[in-house]
Design a protein around this ligand. Structure first.
Ligand code: SF4
Length: 485
């Protein structure tokens, strides 16, 4: 705001960081950051307890320190705390001053209309872009001649959102400021870091602790099996992003369906910058059925796509319709070796009717097959096909296709579902077919290599399979991906 900018006019960076005269402003800056990171609030008393200039300069210093910490989660925690503080102050302004403030910020333009406030619907959509649910939707808000009308409370809540979004991005310093500091932004950051080294370390560890605590609660939950929608939303949560309601609902129902107790889910949300224990507990316990008696089920992919939760499908997503199926398919390698082998053979035989005899014949031939390997020698593909042991090969993927296969088991009134990928490898000289991959922890990097036309190192082993009564073929079984890193 112009009045606040005026306070900055005569100040130079060096004295702001070192001069005894600004010690109080520096202390207020750290107080702002520490209370935001730990409790999500900023409590700074105005005059006479604190000088108004110190408060403004403290705010500026806190932005400098934030830039130096390079920690987006911390930036987000602080952004929300600052926005809440602004909301509180705006609530005590007159309607006229509120309009002045909003118009001075320059994000939206409002006009006072009796006791209401009018703004252009484009401004509204831009400002409320992250508040997509319920009453915030433009369709529920009502537009007349391109104008959206808000009451005072709603406008102030909207401004909290505008301020939060604005503060979540640390702006690039304008030319005149860079010139004034006579150095690059990196110099500026390192100068600030020097002054606040210890405090910055402390702030970073508060954030780390908050995040580590949440992850510990997830216990037996295996992140490597989770679909992209879950992992990305979790990463956002960890980075201190305020998740929209559909994302929270998804995370809660997804984890409850996998038997995570509501306490663990609650702790996870404790990393969110706008965490409110009682409200979150109510929501989590309601959704997981603890208090409502109804356990809400996790939404399907279609719903997650239309509500913006899905970040876009990967190769396995294209074979499933529900994120829980994704988790289940990714657990293939946890099945017993015998069951895994049986499922690979079923996928390879690909019969409409359960091939009992053929399956038995193949299983007998394999004996006690297991999926472990050691000391695999590096070989060319053609050589690898001639030995009985496993080999390490560098290949490109000629062909990759995912498919879901199901077959009814006779006398058991159940179906076996297998999500498989058919693959053909090449080392430049010859092409070879593989047994279908049913373990998608392997299939996904294989598909990525094909997609990027990149070479990939695999552990393969040839197996002879009776595909029919009169057709026997030697096909590679892909046992693993070699991650050279
Ligand atoms: S397609 Fe489904 S499982 Fe995959 S990321 Fe999207 S919502 Fe999640």
């Amino acid at each position: 705001m112009p009045t606040a900018s005026a306070i900055l006019e005569e100040v130079n960076l060096e004295s702001l960081l070192e001069d005894y005269f600004y010690a109080e402003a520096r202390a207020l800056a750290i107080n702002r950051l520490e209370t935001s990171a730990t409790r999500g609030i900023i409590e700074i008393e105005g005059p006479p307890t604190n000088d108004e200039n110190d408060i403004v300069l403290g705010y500026v210093i806190s932005r400098l320190v934030l830039a130096a910490t390079d920690n987006q989660a911390l930036v987000n925690y602080v952004a929300l705390s600052e926005a809440r503080r602004a909301e509180l102050h705006l609530s005590s302004e007159t309607d006229e001053d509120l309009v002045d403030f909003v118009n001075n910020l320059g994000v939206v333009k409002v006009e006072l209309d009796g006791s209401d406030f009018n703004l252009n619907f484009i401004d509204y959509v831009r400002a409320a872009s992250k508040l997509r649910e319920g009453d915030w939707k433009l369709s529920n808000r009502g537009v007349s001649n391109g104008i959206v009308t808000l009451d005072r409370k709603t406008l102030i809540r909207l401004m909290r959102e505008v301020i939060r979004q604005h503060l979540e991005e640390l702006p690039k310093a304008p030319e005149e400021i860079r010139n004034r500091f006579q150095g690059t932004i990196e110099d500026l950051k390192s100068e600030v870091s020097k002054t606040f080294t210890e405090r910055i370390g402390g702030l970073n560890s508060v954030v780390d602790e908050r995040q580590a605590e949440a992850m510990k609660e997830l216990g037996r939950f295996d992140l490597s099996k989770a679909p992209p929608c879950f992992n990305l939303n979790l990463m956002d949560l960890q980075a201190g992003v305020n998740l929209a309601h559909p994302s929270r609902f998804f995370i809660t129902t997804f984890l409850s369906s996998l038997n995570q107790d509501s306490e663990a889910v609650m702790r996870l949300f404790a990393t969110a910058p706008d965490f409110k224990e009682s409200f979150t507990r109510y929501q989590v316990e309601h959704i997981s059925g603890k208090t409502s008696g109804t356990q809400y089920s996790s939404p399907k992919c279609d719903t997650l796509v239309s509500s913006g939760v899905c970040p876009g499908p990967n190769a396995l997503c294209r074979q499933i319709r529900h994120p829980l199926s994704y988790y289940r398919v990714m657990a293939e390698s946890e099945k017993s070796p015998k069951n895994r082998l049986k499922r690979i053979l079923l996928a390879a035989l690909n019969k409409e009717e359960y091939p009992s005899k053929l399956l038995e014949k193949n299983m007998d031939r394999m004996g006690d097959f297991d999926f472990t390997y050691k000391d695999s020698q590096r070989r060319k593909l053609s050589e690898a096909l001639r030995v009985d042991s496993s080999s390490k090969v560098t290949v490109k993927i000629n062909h990759f296709q995912g498919r879901a296969y199901s077959v009814e088991v006779p006398n058991e009134e159940r179906k076996i579902w297998i999500t498989k990928a058919t693959v053909n490898l090449t080392d430049g000289n010859s092409d070879f077919d593989c047994l279908p991959i049913t373990d998608w922890k392997i299939a996904l990097p294989v598909e990525e290599a094909q997609h990027k036309s990149k070479k990939i190192d695999l552990i393969v082993k040839p197996l002879e399979i009776d595909l029919d009564d009169n057709e026997t073929r030697k096909l590679f079984l892909i046992l693993d991906i070699v991650d050279e890193t």
